[in-house]
Design a protein around this ligand. Structure first.
Ligand code: URA
Length: 241
């Protein structure tokens, strides 16, 4: 890849800034001072240094966000603020995208990455990766509802949802539940409850595959995944191949 692109990716500024660094003889590749910013390097094998400090190239970024309400799960939007707007430039440089859509008013676990292959697999209906939601439901959720979820609920567009798990945490005027889905149709949890005459009044995703929302993240906060978390997500996807 181009040296100036690699250094821009690592936060050394625009291509113009990188050109200036090179002009000042601050950049070396395999111990040789570089003269041309358009030269190419192999980020895996070449030793690139700026001011004598090694530059470690990172191709992918994996961010866990506790999505706040009021933001759309998109990279750009003409009207609304997006989850990408919450990230600092150091992450935006990777051109990351949210994996799967949470509605504007839905909160919780959102993976943001530029790893297209992993992102695609996690949302592919063929892989059937489990997504767990916590929800507050207006009305008494019953064992009959649990059975209906298990059988597969027909949505308002005629589609019959795959069997889903509904766990009642607390039944009451406002019931608290966990819902586990293996697919992600538009407004799916809300439409499943609508189909049985009940209303979702609060929705938060808490888990995707093996990845659990970190309870230390407040609404709107994010952090990079640990290597173990990345490996475990990749395992989830491989197991389903
Ligand atoms: N189901 C919904 O209805 N909304 C979401 O944001 C996610 C799942």
């Amino acid at each position: 890849m181009r040296l100036d692109k690699l250094l821009a990716n690592k936060g050394y500024g625009s291509r113009k800034d990188v050109k200036a660094l090179i002009k000042k003889k601050k950049v070396s590749v395999n111990e040789k001072i570089v003269k041309d910013s358009s030269s190419h390097v192999n980020p895996e094998n070449d030793s690139v240094k700026v001011n004598n400090e090694m530059v470690h190239y990172q191709a992918f970024v994996y961010i866990m966000m506790n999505k706040p309400p009021g933001y759309v799960s998109a990279t750009v939007d003409a009207r609304d603020k997006t989850v990408i707007d919450l990230l600092p430039d150091a992450y935006k440089r990777f051109n990351p995208f949210p994996v799967g859509r949470l509605d504007k008013d839905t909160e919780g676990l959102l993976l943001i990455t530029n790893d297209g292959e992993l992102g695609h697999s996690l949302t592919s209906p063929k892989k059937g990766i489990e997504k767990t939601y916590y929800a507050d439901i207006e009305g008494h959720v019953t064992e009959e509802d649990v059975e209906q979820f298990e059988r597969g609920i027909q949505l308002n567009d005629g589609y019959t949802a795959k069997p889903a798990t509904l766990d009642i945490l607390r039944a009451g005027r406002i019931s608290q539940v966990h819902v586990i889905l293996t697919e992600g149709k538009f407004h799916q949890v809300k439409r499943m409850f609508e189909a049985i005459g009940k209303k979702v009044v609060y929705l938060k995703r808490v888990q995707m595959g093996n990845l659990k929302l970190d309870s230390a993240l407040d609404s709107g906060e994010f952090r990079e995944l640990t290597n173990d978390e990345i490996d475990s997500l990749k395992n989830d996807v491989q197991k389903k191949s």
